[in-house]
Design a protein around this ligand. Structure first.
Ligand SMILES: NC(=O)C1=CN([C@@H]2O[C@H](COP(=O)(O)OP(=O)(O)OC[C@H]3O[C@@H](n4cnc5c(N)ncnc54)[C@H](OP(=O)(O)O)[C@@H]3O)[C@@H](O)[C@H]2O)C=CC1
Ligand SMILES: C[C@H]1O[C@H](OP(=O)(O)OP(=O)(O)OC[C@H]2O[C@@H](n3cnc4c(=O)[nH]c(N)nc43)[C@H](O)[C@@H]2O)[C@@H](O)[C@@H](O)C1=O
Length: 320
């Protein structure tokens, strides 16, 4: 599934682009997109090759490799349970990775950097749909405020380097993502991959019921990661502004509607049980992506099509 929006990329196809986090959900989709567009000089390092929390190693890497562009998709990432359970990891690892990469990239002559944040940067009760201007206008959602604070610091760091040095660092704020190479961990993943795995395992084992967390009433906006990767390349090429840019699908569903859709796509025929001891998190976080639409970018993959694609990938690549 490839979006058309960055197909007309005019960036030099031999430009050296460091995609940090290239084995993850977002990083792997960005690499697919760049390869599809004909980029030939991608700089990739796995976590074990280069731990981005190690400042001196990151600095030595930038000093020797001197990439022209950086897409920062390496981060400590997880769903509502992981965020609430490991707050120290989520704030400290993310602050370390982004500080090391942004500062070294600037000092070693990177022409442009794109930082990836998340829709959780916005206040829990932000106006809906949430415009970029809602940043820092109210209290955060408690289940992910530690991660959100790190992401807000990343946006501010890009803005600060732009003000002080005139350096071209931009930030994209994606909504909830899903697709190939997602994390399908039973507890620590996001809702969509968690449900794909749980419904699949229930179908295979012949279970009568599947447990879903919370009340089912929260609304979430989902974007296929191939759409996001298309938007990332689009922004790298065409946006050099101070303000971070929302990247959403504009379509939201309740968790209950999502669970029913996953159930149907996977082909599970039993019942849903709601575990209301688990947190709902933010009641609603639909982003206002009109700024990106105004630049000329639109998503193209529907939730149903994206889910079918993701389940196919899961069956072919992950299931036991
Ligand atoms: N998934 C989502 O729904 C959303 C994601 N985003 C943002 O997109 C970005 C990418 O997220 P996503 O692709 O989902 O996350 P993943 O967990 O799938 O990928 C993150 C990548 O970063 C790598 N990484 C983590 N720590 C380090 C480290 N210390 N040194 C080097 N590499 C490291 C991981 O390697 P390893 O696995 O080996 O540790 C992994 O390859 C993040 O900034 C996230 O905030 C924003 C909105 C929604
Ligand atoms: C992208 C965004 O993702 C995180 O925020 P979130 O949207 O709240 O994350 P989530 O996908 O884990 O949950 C969405 C909803 O779904 C419900 N839910 C049902 N059943 C399962 C379930 O089985 N697993 C999970 N994880 N959630 C479930 C769950 O109770 C909640 O109501 C941030 O921490 C942060 O990482 C961030 O920025």
């Amino acid at each position: 599934m490839e979006g058309p929006n960055s197909d007309s990329s005019t960036l030099d196809k031999s430009a050296k682009i460091f995609v940090a986090g290239h084995r993850g959900l977002v990083g792997s989709a960005v690499v697919r997109r760049l390869h599809h567009l004909g980029f030939t000089n991608l700089l990739l390092r796995s976590h074990s090759d280069l731990d981005l929390t190690h400042q001196s190693a990151v600095d030595a890497f930038f000093a020797s490799e001197k990439p022209q562009f950086v897409i920062l998709a390496a981060a400590k990432v997880g769903g509502i349970h992981a965020n609430a359970t490991f707050p120290a990891d989520f704030i400290s690892v993310n602050l370390q990775i982004q500080t090391n990469v942004i500062d070294s990239a600037h000092r070693h002559g990177v022409a442009k950097l794109l930082f990836l944040g998340s829709s959780c940067i916005y206040p829990k009760f932000a106006p809906q749909p949430i415009p970029e201007s809602a940043l820092l206008t109210g209290p955060l959602e408690p289940t992910n405020e530690w991660y959100a604070v790190a992401k807000i610091a990343g946006i501010k760091m890009c803005q600060a380097y732009r003000i002080q040095y005139g350096w071209d660092a931009i930030s994209a704020m994606p909504t909830n993502l899903y697709g190939p190479n997602d994390n399908f961990h039973p507890e620590n993943s996001h809702v969509l991959p968690a449900l794909v795995r749980r419904f699949h395992e229930a179908k295979v084992s012949g279970a009568k019921e599947v447990v879903v967390w919370g009340t089912g009433s929260p609304l979430r906006e989902f974007l296929h990661v191939d759409d996001l990767a298309d938007a990332v390349v689009f922004l790298l090429e065409r946006y050099s502004g101070f303000v971070h840019v929302n990247v959403g699908s504009g379509k939201e569903v309740t968790v209950k509607e999502l669970a029913e859709l996953v159930k149907e796509v996977v082909g599970f025929e039993g019942d849903l049980i709601w575990d209301t001891s688990k947190p709902d998190g933010t009641p609603r976080k639909l982003m206002d992506s009109s700024m990106l639409a105004g630049l000329g970018w639109f998503p193209k993959i529907s939730l149903r099509d994206g889910l079918v694609d993701t389940y196919k990938w899961y069956v072919e690549n992950v299931k036991q």
